[in-house]
Ligand binder design. Structure first.
Ligand code: MG
Length: 387
């Protein structure tokens, strides 16, 4: 880690008893992506964060690997019997690294939305104090209760509720954890206060809402829907005709008096579409992922490339919404195969057929396509993702 760096510990070792179900809530899909993935993404996107380390339950290793299998290998630490013990394990792991961070943010995986402003404010707050956390004032009337009847009201004007991420000078919070392992606390600010560290409150956010009950799930899904953004990618490819007796377009074989020449199966339409999907999530292009110099792709079925692009879309936390492909040639006639191509692409991409369009045009006999020297294809892909 570079000196002066900020690391993040994401606490995902909880079992989430109140949420119910067979797997912990941080691993369950929430609007198409698990809360733990969303939290990891949020910090990965933040330019001020150098490293993110997840602390997980020993029994959840398979779940964790499933979640991140397609992504970059993400390191993890196994948690302890309590949240406090789990944080300690995470801090000790960071301390063992050759260059421990200067600051650490400790976050609960059950809070899937982390606005960038929250992280900015926390990092800035550490210029003046050793510990900082976002907090919100209370707006409801607060009172005691035995669960059935109300007791005395409590003056809420000096009460706040603390959220995560909470930020600390790394060496200070590590020392606090080591010194107070016998005291049980519910968050790390409490421990920082026990250790006498100076704290600061930053502005909290309703977006940091914690997934605790099934009702929270509905609330968070509504919040995520409002943060949805769309991106579009385009793709273009050309393959020349050569001797042969047919070709493949959008995964559908068409008999013809010639074939398309290429390193793979030369499905020019699927290559353009693969590039469009990669483009929509900023994942480069087909040539980078599947270099023609690599013999593995010699004669390859281009559905491999399309599946790879789809997994890149998912790795980016995005959902493929629609695709549109234009095939440019004088021959063969595409029209009779259009429905089969749409159905094939819809099947490969897991899209409804009305989200897939395939069309063809000529260039009025102009240029290489007009002279029948080859086929060109254009494609567009639209994806959405939650910020
Ligand atoms: Mg190609």
């Amino acid at each position: 880690m570079p000196s002066g760096a900020t690391a993040v510990l994401i606490m995902a070792a909880g079992q989430g008893a109140r949420f119910g179900g067979d797997i912990p809530k941080q691993y369950k899909q929430l609007a198409g992506r698990a809360p733990l993935q969303r939290a990891v993404d949020a910090f990965a996107r933040h330019p001020g964060v150098a490293e993110t380390l997840c602390v997980i339950d020993a029994d959840a290793e398979a779940l964790y690997r499933d979640l991140f299998q397609a992504g970059d290998a993400l390191e993890f630490v196994v948690g302890g019997a309590t949240r406090q013990a789990s944080v300690r394990n995470g801090l000790e792991a960071l301390a063992r690294s050759p260059s421990p961070p200067e600051r650490v943010l400790i976050h609960d995986a059950a809070r899937p939305i982390v606005p960038g402003q929250i992280v900015d404010d926390l990092i800035r707050a550490l210029d003046a104090v050793d510990a900082a956390a976002p907090a919100l004032s209370l707006t409801d009337t607060v009172s005691h209760s035995d669960g059935h009847r109300f007791g005395d009201e409590v003056d809420r004007s000096s009460l706040v509720r603390r959220q995560t991420p909470q930020a600390f000078r790394f060496a200070k919070i590590l020392e606090a954890h080591r010194a107070h392992e016998d005291v049980e606390v519910t968050d790390d600010i409490a421990l920082a206060r026990l250790a006498g560290l100076a704290t600061a409150m930053t502005e909290g956010s309703q977006l940091l809402h914690k997934l605790t009950t099934p009702e929270d799930q509905q609330l968070l899904e509504a919040m995520l829907a409002r943060r949805m953004t769309a991106s579009v990618g385009n793709g273009f490819d050309v393959h020349a005709f050569g001797p042969g007796d047919g070709l493949t377009l959008c995964g559908v074989h068409i008999s013809h008096d010639r074939a398309l020449v290429g390193h793979s199966d030369a499905d020019v339409a699927m290559h353009a579409l693969t590039d469009a999907m990669l483009g929509a999530v900023g994942a480069g292009d087909i040539g980078q992922l599947y270099p023609p110099s690599d013999d593995r792709w010699k004669g390859a079925d281009s559905t491999i490339f399309l599946a790879g692009a789809l997994s890149r879309v998912h790795m980016a936390g995005a959902t493929l919404e629609s695709v549109d492909v234009t095939i440019i040639c004088e021959a063969p006639k595409v029209g009779p195969h259009r429905d089969a191509m749409r159905a094939r692409l819809a099947d490969l991409l897991g899209l409804a057929p009305d989200r897939v369009n395939v069309k063809a045009t000529t260039t009025e006999r102009l240029g290489f396509a007009g002279r029948g020297e080859g086929i060109a294809a254009l494609a567009t892909a639209t994806v959405t993702r939650c910020a």
